[in-house]
Design a protein around this ligand. Structure first.
Ligand code: FES
Length: 184
């Protein structure tokens, strides 16, 4: 079964995050309080503010689950960059989410070796049992997003699945229910 385009291997931590806010709601900055202190500390360890861009974006994604246009503008302002530059970086690296995703971001390797071992059936099981139904679509309860990715570097343990920052190896359709049961 074809599941649409694959996405490169990438993942990010996903704390529970707020749903996508309508654009007319006031934007709550990320870099205030403890987060601002954390960023200020980073400034002391990097040669320029620009050099902190990747970890700053990571902080945004940790807090919000994804990186909105307004968050990109905030990062640009704090680091003294243009919003266009920040957007160029966000759109280059696939580990940065440009739209909300589920709390559990599930990446299934479907490159040839894993595909030969039945990765497509693993994808089917995740799509069905999470309620996502389609690749890249978040489940109605907001808990899951499932995508296919290229080689996760665990070819000897087909099928490997990355869930946020965790690896699960030797996944089969039969083990999917147990895996999902362990996710809150
Ligand atoms: S081909 Fe699937 S992990 Fe390498």
């Amino acid at each position: 079964m074809s599941h649409g385009p694959s996405a490169p291997s990438a993942a990010a931590p996903h704390a529970p995050h707020a749903p996508h806010a309508p654009h007319d709601e006031p934007y709550v900055p990320v870099f205030i309080g403890a987060r601002r202190k954390e960023l200020d500390e980073l400034f002391t360890r990097y040669p320029t503010r620009m050099a902190t861009l990747l970890p700053a974006l990571w902080m945004v994604q940790e807090d919000r689950g994804w990186i909105s246009e307004r968050a990109m503008t905030e990062v640009a302002s704090v680091l003294g960059l243009t919003a266009a530059y920040v957007k160029g970086v966000v759109t280059f690296y696939t580990m940065y989410h440009q739209h909300p995703v589920g709390r559990h971001f599930i990446q299934v390797c479907t490159t040839s070796p894993c595909l030969c071992a039945g990765a497509d059936k693993v994808v089917d099981a995740f799509l069905e049992q999470t309620g996502c139904k389609e690749l890249g679509v978040t489940s109605p309860d907001g808990r899951f997003t499932v995508i296919e990715v290229e080689c996760l570097g665990a070819c000897g343990f087909a099928t490997p699945v990355q869930i946020n920052l965790d690896y699960v190896e030797n996944v089969t359709p039969d083990t999917v229910p147990t895996i999902l049961a362990g996710l809150k």
